[in-house]
Write a protein that binds this ligand. Sequence first.
Ligand SMILES: Nc1ncnc2c1ncn2[C@@H]1O[C@H](COP(=O)(O)OP(=O)(O)OP(=O)(O)O)[C@@H](O)[C@H]1O
Length: 792
Amino acid sequence: MEEEAPSRISVAVRCRPLSENERSNMVHSICRVMDRRLVILLDPGASAANDYLRQDKSKEKRFAFDQAFGSDVDTQTLFQATAEPLIKSVLQGYNATVFAYGSTGAGKTFTMIGTPSEPGIMFRSVEEIFRGGDILSCSVSCSFVEVYNENLRDLGSSDIREGMLDLREDPVTGSYVAGITEIQAESVQEVMDLLQHGNGRRTTEPTAMNVTSSRSHAVLQVRVERRQGSGTLMGKLSMIDLAGSERASETKNSGVRLLEGANINRSLLALGNCINALASGSHFVPYRDSKLTRLLKDSLGGNCRTVMVANVSPSHLSYEDTLNTLKYANRAKNIRVRAKQILVTPDEHVSEYEHAISDLRNEVSLLKSKLAQRSAVPDAVEGDENVLKEASENWKLEVIRNLEGRTSLQRSLIDVERGLAQWRVELDQAKEIIQHWEARSESPSSRRSDARSLEDWREAIAQIEENIKENNETRRSLAERLQQNKTAGRELQKQLSQRVLNQDLRAFLELIQRVQVLEVERLELDHFWEIHRQQLEQRDQEIAMLREQLRLRNSHIQQQRQQLSKEKVPGHVFLLGSTLAESSPVQQRGPLRVMQAWAPAREEDEDRGASLEEAEDFSLQDKINWRALEVPLASQIKGLAQLQQNAGTSRLFAAKALRSIPESRPRRPLALAQGGVALPPARPQPREPREPREPREPRERERESGNASPSQMRGSTCPPLRRKSTLEAPARQPSVGDMRSPPRGLLRAHGVAVPQRQLDKNVGARDKSRARARSEHSRLGRIGRSLVTPGR
Ligand SMILES: Nc1ncnc2c1ncn2[C@@H]1O[C@H](COP(=O)(O)OP(=O)(O)OP(=O)(O)O)[C@@H](O)[C@H]1O
């Protein structure tokens, strides 16, 4: 391996001509080139008479370079003076670099790549390599890479989506780009094609300074391997078209362009620092500061012959940029390089191959172990990548279809559930209304018209029941299909490891599936939440109703006690009142029972006078008809108060006490029942023939229709009771329909005539409950008074 004597980097300056555009805009040239070596730069500001700051400054700057070319010099001349001498070195196994440096629009791309009519240094160099070397004994390979925003992009790849490349270092060949496309060129035309194709893919953008400004550094590397005796000479020519050095204020860049500019300047600054370090002979050169300097490490210092072409613009508007470029190039002149010939002998080749073979063996064993971990698959499938791809694609489609089906089934199920809930509410309401009409139709006056309405309602109920039946059927079938869909989904999940072999793809597909499953599960949760919310609402309404009942009961008891005390009833009756208040039926039997117990009697009972005989049918197992109960005579309940006071009184005593009530009077098991005493079934009493009722007064009828004023009610001996129809059926639990006002629109939609009373059910409901409370209180007061009436 031969080593040259140290030499300096060769620096050439090229000044481009003024463009047509610049000429028409009165731009004048301030750059002169003398003797192919001297560059004179005129300061355009110094000519201004009023610029006192610049008066003492020199009007021109002079720089001497290895070569200098004016605007009249063509690229061929430049090439012959700068790059051509390097080609001979490359063919001799040396590394060489040519790079163009300069501000944006100064002519770097024109110099390095050129145009079809005026090809640049890159094309001419490759042409020279093919011309100079014995083509049969040479192997020429080219790669074209771009450094954009500190990333490496393969400009030679046909796949435009090719990702970023890695920069690595080899102790023998220096920096190289791993995985880059290398073209084994057989002719100059192939390299020209690569250049044109790659340059077309370069990142360019119009800036204020250049309509096709290169925003990246483009690097063409040509490797030449030439057999020489028993060895191979390995030379590399790197040709770089740097992005323009620029000042953000002048390019008027912003956003992405500004970021690009920052990255360009960063790499150029790193390049400048490396040039400074190399020029000053420093031991440390900061190559690692940027991708560009890492890539050009062995093209700048050490084992390389380097030519720098500094491009400048002659425009007086670019004075500052041109001055900076010239200063930069002037420093680069001092870089000393010592090129080394790279001759690789067969022995070195053998050792390299041995290394490579051992690396490959390691890799093969690693891959084999990975393969062994995979589940066994048919050979045909394993071998053919297209088949594998198709299999994964099919699996993905099946999963998506499965989950889409599940979502749609789930949605339909939710809709059906909602519909069912709505129909049930309507059914309850319709039944309630029918009860009301049935009660009304007992009166002969309204019988005919009521019968018609009743018929309508029955038809509506039949229709609703039919709908509920259909919906139930649909729900059952949907639930079944949902179950089948879930089973199919689980089956698909199991098949994944067999059908998709690529781990990453499998992970990806699993992720997609998981997301979709979560989506469906969210839908299910929404559904359950909706159902629970409805149930909670129902419960809340039940609780609210029970509270109202309790409040009414307490108020009745309170008023009754006050009434009894005003009337100066005997102590034991007062005691009975206390008993009523103190031993709450709620504590003893639960709120529902109490609600039923406080349900006023049915309207027809009241019409018949709520006969005492019917009260005899009372038992704890049956509904408690509080309306039918009356307080017993004082003489009849002797001992009961004492009995009540003694908490823990045995059932036996209670039964005895009850039996002590004379048979001639109907038994009133109120206190016993309130005290939680189990009562024996009442013996049926023979019914006494009822006296015919007197026709009711209009005032009384008014009271019954719920329009009576509170004063009218107070004066009444037997106040009528208005009640919710819900309370007329105490044997069943209150349903949603009992609690809510009916959706009238829906009812009317069925063509059902909704009675006015039903429509106004909830209007003034509170007033009605108060009226009921008052009338009940009045009734109890009447009973209390009757207990203390002498002779009773
Ligand atoms: N020596 C020359 N003779 C004729 N025209 C030239 C010469 N040098 C440059 N030009 C023209 O000047 C314009 C700018 O040149 P070019 O694009 O090469 O600049 P650049 O330094 O590469 O700019 P950037 O850094 O923005 O990419 C182009 O239209 C080019 O054709």
